[in-house]
Design a protein around this ligand. Structure first.
Ligand code: BMA
Length: 860
């Protein structure tokens, strides 16, 4: 070691020692009570091991008391669980170091739902809302050595029934899977979908569904921080922070804020009083790295570190990953009504995404990996927004962290869906607490875009006969309750605790809380599916922002094999009917979603008798609907500035509107969605024999493009060919080509023709599309041999696939677990060779790969 290095080392050591000497830490001690839990049915005293966080259903399953409710008709056999009380208990050890602290709290992050909690036989809490956290000061009740927590959960259904029977009218809750006069979910602040929904089972859980902690501290703690970016551009950003500090005794403190590596960006000396204190700090970041949504740039996150010092003692530290961005919902008058778009860092951004539901009915069973896959599937499909819908849960912190990290905005509903609410003061106060807690919990996430009061409650009030259910006095009371919750309590919570974020009272509504009218606000476009309109309706009278639309499909055969015995794998089977929860009695008694899939299929495809082929075509049908909808919505920008289909994922293996099934397997629609949400698309539409080709670009800079348009028959003969070089403006939708069909071809056999559109940038195809003049059922796909071969690669296999003649909707079916195909359900042009990667670490027998295509299907 030379002298220079030695010298530097000495200096660093002195510096380290000095800094160690300068500050000591006495930050709160926090630990989780996660092991050794047990549970028993109320009154039985038969204790079995339990997992916390968890649910009673998952514990009963793990202990072999119930069968998997996901399989076959088993759901029916577990309905008894909801009517019982359940008790959870745990012993845990407390040392004298904890007991010596001035403050000791037990924190229940989530109790589902009606519970009495005892600590060493003292009742410390009674809870009735699964959506809030409970903190109980337990100094004086905790003892040194072994302590005991006992949580008695009362049946949510019995509690709900008591409340239901205390009033002389019914409160509409249309999706609950119980007889009309026994629907109780609205009385209980618990995930509505636990009571059954039109895509999920009824599993009314109880349990300690979020973690339990002990927190012990002296002096003062940082309880919470509110952050707001008051200004952000390339040159500088101004960050405002309001820090909530709780002090157990008054005194002088110093509050510091460090951003990334920059120390003491802002700080203040403060005299804290005993109790709650608020301290405000402002900080400036020069040349900030802004947070961008997926596709537009990096979702950069700064690390903001707050500390609280008392002399040389650091009494608390708090770290937040924070995206610096501005976001505005712009609703300005225009020739149609009013705009409805999100402006990120000054740029209008078209929102591309989907609605998400919890990935498990037994909510705490969702793993980190499932969350990662969920958000990856959104990212892969070029989404920039998801909607956390109001019939579910305020999601786990981890979900929002992933959205922050991946540039996915969140349209956040409060948990109210397709129902009305009781109006008693205790219920309203419970809602107020829930709103305050969740607004405070989620407000610093860069992903949080909007707070929305409820899902379809206003629509239901006006359109689903709810008003007519009540006597005049009750009607007035129910409406007053609606106004109090959605026009007073919830907006007040947002205004007070997250003033930077927009509140929107219901989805869908138009401007100024009026019924949705497609001229302003958002819309749920269910004219397709529930209204049985054809897919072309997606192109008509397009709303300003489409926050829901969808069509169902069956999951793939592998998933069906997972939930259905083989003998039940046919269209009319009891298991397939049982899975289907979308009932449409208004169409015809017994008519359900399976019938609707078949009905739509008959309009667009030949309906196969063979079940496996039917399943495949159901997916093509859904993919076609999502492609049509997304392209229509995007072509209509800036009139329309958002497209969120219903729904991205499933909560159990089922037949539903999802594009990715419960096991994470992509349906045909997810491939179609990925293509349609690409940052640049070409898209064709035909009106009165006039073919128009659009380019839609989300990019913030123009594109020098080349567009090749070819018309060919299914044998590959080109009948028309044109090349254009339009400049595509930033963030726009433009028509680049318009021609009447007669000028393209005199060939009358349009059932065997396809328009091929390629968009190139720097001689590379960045977007492509095909346009057929007829629906698939009328196309005449030729007899052709689809050839494929596979070569081993580091990631799995490279599959090369080709066909001499036009091949429609080619599906490579790989009957193995854990495989992913980078593309599937695609058309192959005559003579084209396509390459698809098969990602897997397994050895695949190529001969086992099955190929389905429209060419080979019955009747084509
Ligand atoms: C939407 C949602 C859900 C429902 C879906 C399908 O309107 O808000 O309530 O599951 O439709 O019916």
């Amino acid at each position: 070691m030379n002298n220079f290095t030695k010298h530097n080392l000495v200096i660093s050591l002195i510096f380290m020692l000095l800094s160690c000497n300068n500050y000591t830490e006495d930050i709160p001690v926090i630990f989780e009570i996660s092991s050794d839990w047990e549970f028993s049915e109320g009154g039985m005293e038969k204790w079995l091991p339990a997992i916390v966080p968890g649910t009673v259903h998952s514990d009963l399953l793990a202990n072999g008391i119930i069968n998997d409710p996901h399989y076959s008709l088993n759901e029916n056999d577990v309905q008894w669980v909801e009517k019982k009380d359940w008790i959870y208990r745990v012993d845990f050890k407390i040392g004298d170091d904890i007991l010596a602290k001035e403050n000791i709290e037990i924190i229940f992050k989530g109790l589902d739902t009606y519970s009495d909690v005892y600590l060493n036989d003292s009742l410390i809490l009674s809870s009735d809302n699964m959506f809030i956290e409970h903190r109980i000061g337990v100094k004086g009740i905790l003892a040194e050595g072994i302590n005991n927590i006992k949580v008695i959960f009362h049946s949510p259904v019995n509690e709900g029934l008591k409340k239901l029977r205390a009033i002389d009218y019914l409160i509409p809750a249309i999706n609950e899977q119980a007889p009309v006069n026994e629907r109780t979910n609205v009385f209980t602040r618990k995930a509505p979908f636990h009571f059954g929904w039109d895509w999920g089972p009824r599993l009314v859980t109880s349990g300690v569904w979020r973690p339990v902690f002990v927190k012990a501290w002296d002096n003062a703690v940082i309880e919470d921080v509110y952050l707001e970016t008051r200004k952000a551009n390339e040159i500088n950003a101004e960050i405002f922070a309001r820090i909530e500090v709780i002090a157990s005794k008054a005194g002088s403190y110093k509050v510091n804020l460090n951003i990334n590596e920059m120390s003491r960006v802002a700080g203040k000396l403060v005299d804290l009083k005993e109790g709650v204190n608020f301290i405000e700090l402002s900080a400036e970041i020069r040349n900030p790295k802004l947070w961008w949504t997926n596709g537009l740039g990096k979702p950069y996150l700064y690390t903001l570190s707050f500390s609280l010092e008392k002399g040389n003692l650091i009494s608390d530290k708090h770290e937040i990953k924070y995206g610096v961005r501005t976001l505005r919902l712009v609703q300005e008058p225009d020739s149609t009504g009013r705009s409805f778009y999100f402006e990120l860092n000054g740029f209008p951004v078209f929102m591309k995404g989907a609605n998400v539901i919890p990935s498990e009915t037994l909510t705490p069973m969702v793993t980190k990996e499932t969350y990662q896959n969920l958000i990856n599937n959104a990212v892969e499909a070029h989404m920039n927004m998801v909607r956390v819908w109001g019939g579910a849960i305020y999601e786990d912190d981890y979900f929002y962290q992933l959205c922050d990290q991946n540039g996915i905005l969140v349209w956040q509903d409060f948990m109210f869906a397709c129902a009305l609410q009781p109006g008693d003061e205790a219920h309203l106060e419970n809602i107020r607490k829930e709103a305050v807690y969740n607004v405070k919990r989620l407000r610093n996430n860069a992903s949080l875009a909007l707070w929305c009061g409820n899902n379809e409650n206003l629509h239901g009030w006006h359109h689903w006969g709810w008003k007519e259910m009540f006597s005049p006095a009750t009607r007035e009371y129910m409406w007053k309750t609606y106004e109090r919750i959605f026009y007073e309590i919830l907006p007040a919570a947002v205004h007070e605790f997250d003033p930077k974020t927009q509140y929107w009272s219901s989805s869908p509504i138009s401007y100024d809380n009026k019924l949705a009218d497609r001229k302003s606000g958002d819309e749920h476009d269910w004219t397709i599916w529930f209204g049985q309109k054809s897919f072309s309706a997606f192109e008509e009278n397009i709303p300003r922002f489409v926050s829901e639309y969808g069509i169902q499909s069956f999951p793939g055969m592998q998933t069906i094999n997972g939930f259905s015995p083989v003998e039940n794998q046919y269209f009319e089977s009891p298991v397939m009917r049982h899975r289907q929860r979308s009932k449409m009695e208004y169409i015809k008694p017994g008519f359900d979603g399976n019938d609707m899939i078949k009905w739509y299929m008959g309009n667009y495809y030949k309906v196969p008798d063979n079940f496996e082929e039917f399943v495949y075509v159901s997916q093509l049908l859904q993919a076609k609907a999502y492609k049509t909808a997304i392209e229509s919505h995007r072509r209509a920008m800036p009139h329309c500035m958002g497209s969120l289909y219903w729904q991205l994922n499933d909560s159990w293996p089922t037949i539903s509107w999802s594009s990715v099934d419960y096991y994470g397997r992509w349906k045909a629609s997810h491939y179609a969605v990925r293509k349609a949400y690409n940052d640049v698309i070409v898209s064709a539409s035909m009106h009165e024999n006039e073919l128009k080709i659009f380019v839609v670009s989300d990019r913030l800079t123009p594109i020098e493009s080349k567009i090749k348009i070819r018309l060919m028959n299914f044998d590959g003969i080109e009948l028309f060919n044109k090349e254009l070089s339009p400049k595509i403006p930033a963030n726009s939708s433009i028509v680049v080509f318009s021609e009447s069909i007669g000028n393209l071809t005199t060939d009358n056999n349009t059932k065997e023709l396809v328009v091929v559109i390629d968009l190139l940038e720097d001689d590379k195809v960045i977007a492509d599309n095909l346009y057929y003049f007829h629906e698939p059922k009328d196309l005449i796909f030729p007899d052709t041999e689809i050839k494929f071969s596979a070569t081993k690669t580091a990631k799995g296999y490279l599959i090369s696939i080709s066909s001499d003649k036009m091949a429609g909707s080619v599906f490579l079916d790989i009957p193995s677990e854990d495989v992913f195909l980078t593309d599937n359900f695609f058309d192959i042009l005559p003579g084209q060779q396509k390459f698809v990667e098969l990602i897997t670490d397994q050895i695949i027998d190529v001969n086992e790969i099955k190929v389905l295509s429209l060419n080979k299907l019955q009747g084509y």
